[in-house]
Design a protein around this ligand. Structure first.
Ligand code: ATP
Length: 236
C-alpha cells in the first residue's frame, strides 16, 4: 500500500479549476516530484493535501482518509509542508524555530536526539542557533525551514519550491541537503520549477499541466523524454 494515494483530486478557487482530476501516489521511502509550468496547479495540490484548501477526491495517507480533516490534524499524522516562502518565525531564534517544529511531540528524549541530527545535517544552523532567524539569507531560511520540518518527524515531507529566490550556488547547497534527507529514508513530495534538479534528486515524477498529470514515471525516463526536455529542461 502506498504511503500517500490520491485519486481524482479537484481543487477550485471559485470558478477557477486549479486542479482537475489529479491521481498520484508516494510509496514509503520514495522521493517524488511534481514538475510543470507556472500555474499548472502544483502549489495548490500541496496545500490541498496539507488541508489548507478544500478539495474533492480521495486522499489516503498512512492508512487514514484525509478528506475534510483540518490542517492541524493532518500535520499531526505526519504530513508536513514546507511552504513556498518557508514560513519561518523571523523574531525567534534558530533553536526556537526548531523547537516549534516539535511542539506536538511528547517524546522529549527523541526530540533532543533529533535536534542533534538536524544540527549534524545543517551545521550552519548549529553555529547560529541563538541568532534570530529574520537576519538570515534566503538559503539559510530554507535550511531552517527544512530543519524545522524534520523536527516534526514527518512521515511524508512536502517541499514547495525550495529553490525559489535563491542564488545558484545556494540552490546547489539546498538540493545537496534535500539529497541527504532522501538518503536518510524520509519520504518526499517535491514541487519544483527547476525540473532538472527535481528529476535528479527524486526517483519518480509527475508532469502537471492544467491541473492534471499528463506524464509520470521514473525520473530518469522523464528526464530523457524529448517532450519533457523541450518543455521543461530547456533542451531541443
Ligand atoms: P506556481 O509555480 O506559479 O506557483 P503552480 O503550478 O504552483 O504554479 P498554482 O499556484 O497551484 O500553480 O496555481 C494553479 C492555478 O490556480 C493558476 O491558474 C492560478 O492562477 C490559480 N490560483 C492560485 N492561487 C489562487 C488564488 N488564491 N485565487 C485564485 N486563483 C488562484
Amino acid at each position: 500500500m502506498s504511503l500517500l494515494a490520491v485519486e481524482q483530486l479537484r481543487v477550485a478557487y471559485g470558478r477557477i479549476r486549479a486542479v482537475q482530476g489529479l491521481d498520484l501516489r508516494v510509496d514509503e521511502g520514495e522521493a517524488v516530484c511534481l514538475i510543470g509550468a507556472n500555474g499548472a496547479g502544483k502549489t495548490t495540490t500541496l496545500k490541498a493535501l496539507a488541508g489548507l484548501l478544500p478539495a474533492q477526491g480521495a486522499i489516503q495517507f498512512d492508512g487514514h482518509r484525509l478528506g475534510g480533516r483540518p490542517a492541524h490534524e493532518i500535520a499531526r499524522l505526519g504530513l508536513t509542508l514546507v511552504p513556498e516562502g518557508r514560513g519561518i518565525f523571523p523574531r525567534m531564534t534558530v533553536l526556537e524555530n526548531l523547537q516549534m517544529g516539535a511542539y506536538a511531540r511528547r517524546d522529549r528524549h527523541a526530540v533532543k536526539d533529533d535536534l542533534e541530527q538536524v544540527f549534524s545535517l545543517l551545521p550552519r544552523l548549529a553555529e547560529r542557533k541563538t541568532q534570530k532567524a529574520g537576519l538570515f539569507s534566503g538559503g539559510e531560511q530554507q535550511m531552517l525551514a527544512l530543519g524545522r520540518a524534520l523536527m516534526s518527524q514527518p512521515r511524508l515531507l512536502m517541499l514547495d519550491e525550495p529553490s525559489m529566490g535563491l542564488a545558484p550556488v545556494m540552490v546547489q547547497t539546498v538540493f545537496g541537503i534535500i539529497g541527504q534527507i532522501i538518503a536518510r529514508g524520509v519520504s518526499l513530495l517535491l514541487v519544483e520549477q527547476n525540473a532538472r534538479l527535481a528529476l535528479k534528486v527524486c526517483q519518480r515524477g509527475y508532469v502537471l499541466e492544467h491541473g492534471a498529470a499528463t506524464l509520470s514515471g521514473p525520473a530518469t525516463e522523464l528526464a530523457a523524454d524529448p517532450a519533457v526536455q523541450a518543455a521543461y529542461l530547456g533542451e531541443v
